[in-house]
Design a protein around this ligand. Sequence first.
Ligand code: FER
Length: 298
Amino acid sequence: MKKVLFTLALALAAAGVSAQAPGEGMPPRGGMFGGPPQIDVKFDEYVAAPDGFDKEREGIEHGTVQLIEYESKSVGTTRKANVYLPPKYDADKKYSVLYLLHGIGGDENEWMYDGGVPNIIMDNLYADGKVADMIVVMPNGRAAKDDSRSGGFGSFPAFGEFDKDLIGSLIPYINSHFSTYGDRMHTAIAGLSMGGGQSLNFGLGNMDVFAYVGGFSSAPNTMRAPQLIPDVEKTKKENKLLWMVCGSADNLMYNSAQLKAFCDENDIPCTLINYPEGKHDFVVWKYGLYNFAQLIFK
Ligand code: FER
């Protein structure tokens, strides 16, 4: 399916057709898929993840993954999300929550079942004492009655509508069905590609909800920096982490680079790692989760 969508994307890009309505929110494109970075940007140091970070390890405790269903007020349907509970989840304790979003060809199952192994990455991090206690929620980021993968680029607007469902329905559901802190300092958002753009847009746009924001190979739905950060001082004060990664061989780099350049100009702490030879795939996204998870809620 991903291949089909990318072929479609390539065709659209080659034809100069934008899947996003042109306007202020859209970064200028170079070539295909947004083109290579057209601005000088200082990348942060790439440190490889240790061998085996994404491989199931024996002799450690494992978390559990369950598919939940919630009523979405904004969409008017019952929607699904996968929820990872860490090893020894204990309803008498309180947990932080990471909302982890998928790409244009995915849904609530993409991270778990298409190569992201977030449960394995998190189990290993827990075993090594490298992460705070957290639940990971993997929703369907296509806020539409038909939220199936077949929507392709036609579902672009539905990705933009997801903040209403996320903040208005899913987060309250998670906070009332699991033992969470629920406040912004214990809530993070990150995602891959379209989900990376959503995370930057919704995360920086709702700092009262999310203090930690991550974008992995963020797509052209990422708003331009002056819109993402209309108030530099407020963002400096309220955002606790703005962390991005993109592959050096991924033509979507510009979406991350334009934000990194703005942050550097305005002294806003921001990380952008240029994953060596990284493409638009789970090699980069797993690396993103591995690193981002260690930095949040601390
Ligand atoms: C685009 C290229 C890629 C685009 C979106 C994507 C519509 C998203 C890719 C993904 O989520 O994997 O030009 O703009």
